[in-house]
Design a binder for this molecule. Sequence first.
Ligand SMILES: *Cc1c(COP(=O)(O)O)cnc(C)c1O
Length: 389
Amino acid sequence: MKKDTLVGHTGRNPLATHGTVNMPVYRASTIVFSDLDTYSTRPADDYKTPRYGIHGNPTNWALEEAVAKLEGGHNAVAVCSGLAAIVAAICAFVKAGDHVLVADSVYGPTRNFCNKRLASYGVTTEYYDPLIGAGIKNLIKSNTKAIYCEAPGSLSFEMQDIPAIAREAHARDIPVLADTTWGTPYFFKSFEHGVDVSIHAATKYIVGHSDVMMGMIVTNERYWLPVRRTVADYGYCSSAEECYLALRGLRTIGVRMKQQMASAIKVAQWLQTRAEVSRVLFPALESDPGHAIWKRDFEGAASLFSLVLKPVSRKQVAAFVDALKLFGIGSSWGGYESLVTAPNIAPLRTATRWNADEGPVIRLHIGLEDADDLIADLQQALGRMTQAA
Ligand SMILES: *Cc1c(COP(=O)(O)O)cnc(C)c1O
């Protein structure tokens, strides 16, 4: 089956659910058993049959099956947020005395977790240049237990050569973990590119409607039980109601993402023509340094990118952002609506240096609105920025 057919057909079985097209919401904490023997001998490592609410229910399994199949993984688990998925995935592989390598361009709260929590558990995090590729081998130590990637980088969109990193990692039997939220299971086949454990903020494109917090971890066969047991040990779970909404969102991920990608490219190309803009950071653009890797490894692009303005005052940046009428000011992305933020990247870097003197960074998420309306909105807002000088 091609992926668009798969998106519509996996994770549901109408004839098993009274003919309903969609998998119903199975709300459950307690699951009851027919007899004591069945209850007492329920298999601890089987996370896909009814045991107790925290280990899932048929609605969750439907979503998990659909996402795992679409991405080409062995199995998946849904948890309460993208950050919880990151925490559980990392903690599945480390103990006191271990070392992990994490991309310097990683999502800010991942860095925060590594610096605050992992450090206090006795695990050392070493950040690496996201452009390192096969050079990662020079940083691997005898106690390195995981290599963590995120491509493209949060806020700054550097593309990573994940297959090159994975070759070095696998030669030393080290698992590759990757935050693949931007690529999504629709546009990035993680497991064909050397990822062992793929982490999604399903909150973004999988849910797609800005109304559910959810994380998902998809793994290959080898790392399924270590990851799934860790999720269980931490007590992380997601509810049937949330999984129902995520599965409903997933059904339209193809049309949403193709449309949003086309609009994002149109808006990004327009921004490249503007005198106020120094650079657009978006691997889907031919001029982007990561374009070749993106084209080789990805089947499409998310509609999230950044731009670097030429130097302007903080007041002018605020005048620009505040003048936008169609872009909400707020965190997150992957929904149907456009968003804007003005991130400060330099303090989030330790292995590389972010040149803040180049100009302020603006991150845009392009929604399903008409791209020409978005361009007109950006145009009037750039005018207000210039007036505020
Ligand atoms: C939003 C985000 C997360 C975290 O997801 P939440 O569901 O908000 O916790 C993780 N990684 C990336 C790249 C994100 O953008």
